[in-house]
Design a protein around this ligand. Structure first.
Ligand code: NAI
Length: 244
């Protein structure tokens, strides 16, 4: 029970990596606020999981009012916040030549500004406790860039900047801020990638397979637990050795 008595907010918790993290964190004793934009999926997961420890909160991380309301509701239900996993993310891929300004901005709004909103809204409750764990989700695309992902790579590189800055600002206040940079993970997000490209991706990883949502959820868990108390401002690549 590595998270006994803790309350965690997991954004983008209704699918893929976030959902796996919701399951793992509850197994480790946490109360979990499953936060997602998608109300239908969120409600369905809450029903399927049938756990007293999990409550669904609908919120759009790119909308500050929505995030503030969600954080207030989480605190009203669970009494505080110990862990924030900024996992929600989207893609809208196109090469630089073809990417619309709207699609550039939308991905920045969700994947970068969304991390800022959720963290700023949750921060007072961690400061109150003098302890907290913030885990941001970057990507191999944020570390090394990726064809067709100007918006996504910029947002995910920005997430690394936020992580390092916040570690410096908040470390002395007992708050750890770290990031996970996943490789290609088997979720809906990679379903659109052609098989041929996925084959090539597997060939350039040291462990020649795609990642599983549990590979990332386990990294989130470590960074959320007391075991990582002396780790701050770190970007943990969980990518089968792709970014060496
Ligand atoms: P997914 O598409 O399976 O799940 C993402 C969840 O986020 C969905 O439930 C969706 O409804 C929710 N969401 C989207 N926009 C939202 C918003 N504005 N507010 C609240 N919730 C919102 O994605 P997956 O693969 O589980 O990705 C999770 C995180 O991991 C994302 O940040 C993604 O960028 C990152 N990542 C994923 C990789 C992969 O290969 N699957 C690789 C590298 C990073």
């Amino acid at each position: 029970m590595r998270l006994e008595g803790k309350t965690a907010i997991i954004t983008g918790g209704a699918n893929g990596i976030g959902l796996e993290a919701v399951k793992l964190f509850t197994k480790e004793g946490a109360n979990v606020a499953l936060v997602d934009f998608n109300e239908e999926a969120g409600r369905l997961r809450e029903q399927e999981l049938q756990l007293d420890q999990v409550t669904f909160f609908q919120a759009d991380v790119s909308n500050r009012e929505s995030v503030d309301a969600m954080v207030q509701s989480v605190v009203a239900e669970f009494g505080g916040i110990d862990i924030l996993v900024n996992n929600a993310g989207i893609t809208k891929d196109a090469t630089l030549k073809k990417m619309s300004v709207e699609d550039f901005q939308k991905v920045i709004d969700v994947n970068l500004t969304g991390v800022f909103h959720s963290t700023q809204a949750a921060l007072p409750f961690m400061l109150e406790k003098g302890k907290g764990k913030i885990i941001n989700t970057s990507s191999v695309a944020g570390v090394g860039g990726n064809i067709g992902q100007s918006n996504y790579s910029a947002a995910k590189a920005g997430v690394i900047g936020l992580t390092k800055t916040w570690a410096k600002e908040l470390g002395k206040k007992g708050i750890n801020v770290n990031a996970v940079a996943p490789g290609y993970i088997e979720t809906d997000m990679v379903n659109t990638i052609p098989d041929m490209l996925l084959m090539q991706i597997k060939m350039i990883t040291s462990s020649p397979r795609l990642g599983k949502p549990s590979d990332i959820a386990n990294a989130y868990l470590f960074l959320a637990s007391d075991e990582s108390d002396f780790i701050n401002g770190h970007v943990l690549n969980v990518d089968g050795g792709m970014m060496k």
